[in-house]
Design a protein around this ligand. Structure first.
Ligand code: IPM
Ligand code: MG
Length: 380
């Protein structure tokens, strides 16, 4: 095994605790890596006016991939008020560092697997196993927003009829970004023996942007006749996911719909304690538990670290260390099924560190080869 260099970005809130849990499991699993600690998050914003300082970006440029914990995000006006006094008048605006990372590094795939682990008392239904491919660089996340409508926009008839007091947020969807996310979903489906890809949209209302997405999806789907392809409106999709979650396999969608659907799907398989993501580009990736920084739980050793541990598993898999990834997944499955060591969300009284310890312990027994279909990501 080669020795990897991993940017380690715990962030704030519960980020530190869940990253420590993930690290304990990575070490127990035998991943050989050097971890380069990077500053990111709320304290960087408050003290320096930038939640993603240049020195952290520099670390990303010299590492194989990054692992990110969680950070506190607040609406722009509130964030500005909490800046250190000497930074208050500089006109700084807060933008979520994870969004910046996704866009800056062109991590166009947000991969979010939702699998019901056998024995998880929080499963909405057993045997749910779906994967979300969320476009990660454009859509409603481009940050082009106006608190009031700029005069120059008023020349457009459609804009002129809007109320003067309206704020507007723009959505951009390109054929290029649509094609590559759909392509990634189909490639994944082929590689992992998945039967169906569902493209989720709202093209009956968002005709321009969702129209582009849908057209790209149909074009790509035509190249994969062996995979079933269907499309669904996002509202209906929410209903169908609750009604028949087992009928879905690979979902692919635009940025904001993917954000919303991924929380819904997370809840089908146990909630945010089980939700993990890979932000994946062609040569770099950032792995993270999907949950936020949960400040009220910070430092209390109570939150579920499994999302972070599963994010670490995905990272290892992307690095190409499939045996280690499989072992971590089996160890997690074992701890869940066994049921003795559970955090509060699962009805238990164990702490974050105890769950991490239990997974690390069961790694010793989890070295048997498992089904390849568990593996979900790999480095190109
Ligand atoms: C997610 C989160 C982020 C997003 C926030 C923290 C900016 O909700 O990763 O799903 O909206 O993408
Ligand atoms: Mg989200």
């Amino acid at each position: 095994m080669r020795r990897y260099k991993i940017a380690w970005l715990p962030g704030d809130g519960i980020g530190g605790e869940v990253c420590a849990a993930a690290r304990q499991v990575l070490d127990a699993a035998g991943l050989e890596a050097d971890y380069v600690q990077g500053d990111i998050g709320w304290e960087c914003w408050r003290r320096e006016g930038d939640p993603l300082p240049q020195r952290t970006i520099d670390i990303l440029r010299t590492t194989d991939c990054a692992f990110f914990g969680a950070i506190t995000s607040k609406p722009a006006a509130r964030a500005a008020r909490e800046l250190a006094p000497e930074l208050q008048s500089k006109g700084l605006t807060y933008r979520s560092p994870i969004i910046r990372l996704r866009q800056m590094l062109d991590l166009y795939i947000c991969l979010r697997p939702c699998r019901a682990f056998p024995g998880n008392p929080l499963n909405y239904r057993d045997n749910i196993d779906l994967v979300i491919f969320r476009e990660n660089t454009e859509g409603m996340y481009i940050g082009v927003e106006f608190p009031t409508i700029p005069e120059s926009f008023r020349a457009e008839a459609a804009v002129a009829r809007l109320q003067k007091s309206a704020a507007i947020s723009l959505r951009s969807v390109t054929p290029e970004a649509s094609r590559r996310i759909v392509e990634a979903a189909f490639r994944y489906a082929v590689k992992h023996g998945r039967r169906k890809v569902t493209a989720v949209h709202k093209a009956n209302v968002l005709r321009a942007t969702c129209g582009v997405f849908l057209e790209a999806a149909e074009e790509v789907a035509a190249r994969y006749p062996q995979i079933q392809f269907e499309t669904a409106n996002v509202d209906a999709m929410c209903m169908w996911l609750l009604k028949n979650p087992r009928s879905y396999d690979v979902l692919v969608t635009t940025n904001l719909f993917g954000d919303i659907l991924s929380d819904l799907c997370a809840q089908l398989v146990g909630g945010m304690g089980f939700a993990y993501s890979g932000n994946i580009g062609d040569s770099y990736a950032v792995f993270e538990p999907t949950h936020g920084s949960a400040p009220k739980y910070a430092g209390r050793n109570v939150v579920n670290p499994l999302a972070a541990i599963l994010a670490a598993k995905m990272m290892v898999e992307w690095l190409g260390e499939t045996d280690i990834a499989r072992a971590i997944e089996q160890a997690v499955a074992h701890v869940i099924e066994q049921g003795d060591v559970r955090t509060y969300d699962m009805g238990g009284a164990a702490g974050t560190s105890e769950v991490a310890h239990a997974v690390a312990e069961s790694l010793r027994f989890a070295r048997l080869p498992g089904p390849a279909s568990l593996m979900i990501a790999s480095r190109p």
